[in-house]
Design a protein around this ligand. Structure first.
Ligand SMILES: CC(=O)N[C@H]1[C@@H](OP(=O)(O)OP(=O)(O)OC[C@H]2O[C@@H](n3ccc(=O)[nH]c3=O)[C@H](O)[C@@H]2O)O[C@H](CO)[C@@H](O)[C@@H]1O[C@H](C)C(=O)N[C@@H](C)C(=O)N[C@H](CCC(=O)O)C(=O)O
Ligand SMILES: Nc1ncnc2c1ncn2[C@@H]1O[C@H](COP(=O)(O)OP(=O)(O)OP(=O)(O)O)[C@@H](O)[C@H]1O
Ligand SMILES: N[C@H](CCC[C@H](N)C(=O)O)C(=O)O
Ligand SMILES: [Mg+2]
Length: 471
């Protein structure tokens, strides 16, 4: 494609230059491609410009001030990551008609999953894209929560080609900040909540929130198609960025939660929005009510009639590994959950507390090479609600696992420490009696334990099942 067609406003560029593809990774360059030399968290991509040219790059895209001396044209842009995303989208071609994005500290995967299920119930060919991959009409295992912009543009074009018309995707703060979504034509956007996470990447909590707000300020600025629960932590900032947003929940006006009647398997909801609706949501936990209403809101602002969106809630299935009932030990339910941040641990435990007359047990650990500040808060969140806390390992990556456990234990001084995750799960399962419940938190759908630079196959599902079988 001619550069003039994919980046008509790029200054200093010859519009007739033919570009066969774009990439930000010099190792992926093939002859005829443009290489984007980006400053990253680990490397400065400008140092790979010469390699890219040697591999056949016909142009380099770089920041205004990047020092690059190569024999091919260097195209300058003040925001080269955004430019890369826009070029990738233009090169890839079509996108599904309706693409909605959800951001927030917790609940993105669940909301994307629910929105896809509602779209499908309304008769659309739909997928969700996020932490657990592409799911729905097409299934591809996951990598990043928000894919990199070149891969995403290609995936969206392939999905459109395969007849997918509706997509619900997760917008991580990293993804928004790194412009991975700038080439995506968004119909609607939603916010779940803000809590403690990723302060290893974002300098301050304010910077973390600001990164998320970019979804509403820049990527999908139509307030009428912004969905938020005004009672959610952080909602005020979203409403300030998108006044007139479609609001959901008890104090929402687009889809109002009139009443909730909880029962052990879920909750009966009375809702108001384009009429009055009653529906039985088959999911445990108040947080799932929040997620389901945000998902319904996304579907409604994207054109699904409210009555259809609400009716679809009756058959929602939780995302794999999100408060998923995996088995029973001496009658006590055992759940696998993906809580790996303080608020998620609180939400998952609170979801069960009132239905557990006996002991509520949690097996929990924190990931290595991730925000260390959240570790004691995770321990404290677990200790505040659970009766028994077992602290174990969860992807220590390149850190010393004992130090990570010590940091979690600092917030949960009465907890038991069992380093080996399989042993921790087996111990927890063995102590269960009728009336108790166990939450194995942190890994959800994951199938490996990252230790150093190795991935050891490990699944909480399998470990729970093995422990129950061994009783
Ligand atoms: C910290 C981070 O987010 N890094 C992401 C970022 O990489 P980067 O630009 O910082 O990369 P870098 O390694 O410093 O390299 C700089 C540049 O040099 C290039 N390079 C590097 C080496 C080389 O030989 N040649 C070359 O050209 C790289 O391709 C890159 O363009 O951009 C890359 C392309 O989009 C991502 O793959 C990469 O994700 C890494 C693998 C990652 O682990 N990210 C996690 C933290 C992440 O994004 N998580 C979020 C949130 C999850 C959640 O909310 O829980 C997600 O969306 O998954
Ligand atoms: N609305 C919510 N509020 C608080 N906690 C929640 C909410 N939704 C889910 N959780 C908790 O967070 C965990 C992860 O949920 P989910 O995977 O939907 O979130 P996510 O935002 O996609 O997370 P990640 O950023 O890791 O991909 C769940 O297992 C549950 O414990
Ligand atoms: N997307 C999240 C997943 C964390 C899952 C948890 N098991 C951990 O390793 O901390 C991250 O990479 O921070
Ligand atoms: Mg997710």
């Amino acid at each position: 494609m001619r550069l003039g067609d994919i980046a008509p406003d790029l200054r200093g560029a010859d519009p007739s230059l033919d570009i066969v593809g774009v990439t930000a990774d010099s190792r992926q360059v093939a002859p005829g491609m443009l290489f984007a030399a980006l400053k990253g968290a680990k490397f400065d991509g400008t140092r790979f410009a010469a390699d890219a040219v040697a591999a056949g790059a016909v142009a380099i895209l770089a920041a205004e001030d990047a020092g690059i001396d190569v024999a091919v044209p260097v195209l300058r842009d003040p925001d080269p990551r955004r430019r890369l995303a826009l070029m990738a989208a233009a090169l890839a071609g079509s996108q599904p008609e309706v693409i909605v994005a959800v951001t927030g500290t917790a609940g993105k995967t669940s909301v994307a999953e629910f929105t896809r299920q509602i779209f499908a119930a309304a008769g659309h060919t739909a997928v969700s894209i996020g932490t657990i991959g592409i799911r729905g009409a097409v299934d591809v295992p996951g990598g990043l929560t928000t894919p990199d912009p070149v891969a995403l543009a290609k995936e969206l074009a392939d999905l459109a080609g395969a007849g997918v018309t509706h997509v619900a995707l997760e917008a991580s703060s990293h993804g928004i900040d790194q412009r991975r979504l700038d080439g995506v034509r968004l119909t609607a956007a939603a916010f779940t909540n803000i809590g403690r996470d990723h302060l290893d990447y974002h300098a301050t909590p304010e910077a973390y929130l600001k990164a998320k707000l970019r979804l509403f300020e820049t990527l999908q600025p139509d307030a009428a198609r912004t969905v938020v629960n005004p009672d959610a932590p952080g909602a005020g900032a979203v409403l300030a960025a998108a006044p007139g947003a479609f609001t959901v929940g008890r104090h929402g006006t687009g889809l109002t939660l009139v009443s909730t009647e909880r029962h052990p398997g879920g909750a009966r909801l009375v809702l108001e929005g384009e009429g009055r609706h009653e529906v039985d949501l088959p999911l445990i936990g108040d947080f799932q009510i929040d997620n389901a209403l945000v998902a319904a809101g996304l579907a409604i602002v994207s054109g699904v009639p409210a009555a259809e969106a609400v009716a679809a809630l009756a058959s929602l299935k939780g995302a794999p590994g999100r408060l998923e009932l995996v088995g029973r030990a001496h009658g006590a339910p055992v759940f696998v959950d993906y809580a790996h941040k303080p608020d998620a641990i609180s939400a998952a435990l609170a979801a069960l507390r009132s239905d557990v007359p006996g002991r509520l047990v949690i097996v929990v650990g924190a990931g290595g090479d991730r925000d260390p500040g959240k570790r004691p808060l995770m321990g404290a969140a677990a200790a505040a609600i659970a009766d028994v806390v077992i602290v174990t390992d969860d992807n220590p990556r390149t850190e010393d696992p004992a130090r990570i456990r010590a940091a979690v234990l600092a917030g949960a001084p009465d907890a038991t420490e069992i380093a080996d995750r399989g042993e921790a799960i087996a111990t927890a399962v063995a102590m269960l009696r009728e009336g108790d419940a166990l939450v194995v938190a942190g890994k959800g759908h994951e199938e490996g334990q990252y230790v150093g630079d190795r991935v050891i196959p490990f699944s909480d599902h399998s470990a729970v099942k093995a422990a129950i079988a061994a009783l």
